[in-house]
Ligand binder design. Sequence first.
Ligand code: ADP
Ligand code: MG
Length: 311
Amino acid sequence: MSEFSLIQRFFTHAPKHTDLSVGDDAALITPTHGHQLAISTDMLVAGTHFFADAAPYDIGWKALAVNVSDMAAMGAQPKWATLALALPDANENWIDGFAQGFFACADAFHVDLIGGDTTKGPLNLCVTIFGETPQGKALRRDGAQVGDDIWVSGQLGSAAAGLAHLQGKITLSGDALQASLQALHRPVPRVALGLKLREIAHSCIDISDGLAADLGHILEASQVGATLYFAQIPHTLKIEHAERYVLSGGDDYELCFTAPPHQREHIEKIAAELQLPLSRIGNIHAGAGLTVLDAHGNALSLVKSGYDHFA
Ligand code: ADP
Ligand code: MG
């Protein structure tokens, strides 16, 4: 299969809101008047971000989902994406599965694939995503204010537990195993939540590197400190050292955001509307750094914060 027929066959889908899509030297899009473009890139490398033998459908879903999650974290509506692919060979089954997963996610979140690049090389996927947000309304990391509540969506730690299981570090079974692998392989970016938080949250981030590390980015950017109450952080893990997975595990793609206390009722209404648990897990205060208290009010030590590729 030639490079061109591969692109034609697997990566050319009718776009919904694009003037000129795959096939020319560049794509053409018309941004919505009065909006800012939100742009983000995430690269997935075989062996680092996924196992090379993982199901191609899952790799395709996740390659786009992690980028869509960055749009959710900004309160942006995801709209367009490009895909740069390095493939060791043109294995049609693999590419077909990958494309199905990728477009399942694209369809679910109304993203047009508008271009990319395809080369031979060690398996590597790079997606750039473009979203829109009304001028000045994006959710940023630097807006947290003293007195804000800290909230988190969904459940934390499941994806990290799924990864630890696949690495042979722990053994899960039954429903717990299924839920953890689902969280690891098919993360669901919280776009609808991000859009609703535009007028409510002071700051927001998606949890890709673990709650402690990602909340840490908000604290640094906003020059504030925080206290979390571990007992209030939602998780379903029944394993030893669950707190490590909940606080430092990555790949959850839930949103962590801060908002003033007068928004509590409003946020609880949003949780009901979206049928997505939103939990109030701590507060922002003056100072710096993160303290996590257990049910007795004792500080937990944070074993390791986030994944650093160069550490
Ligand atoms: P050029 O040589 O002009 O860069 P290419 O042959 O690389 O063009 O790509 C041809 C067209 O196919 C372009 O519109 C490009 O954006 C698109 N394209 C290439 N690879 C992909 C891919 N993996 N997914 C989507 N579009 C792609
Ligand atoms: Mg090219």
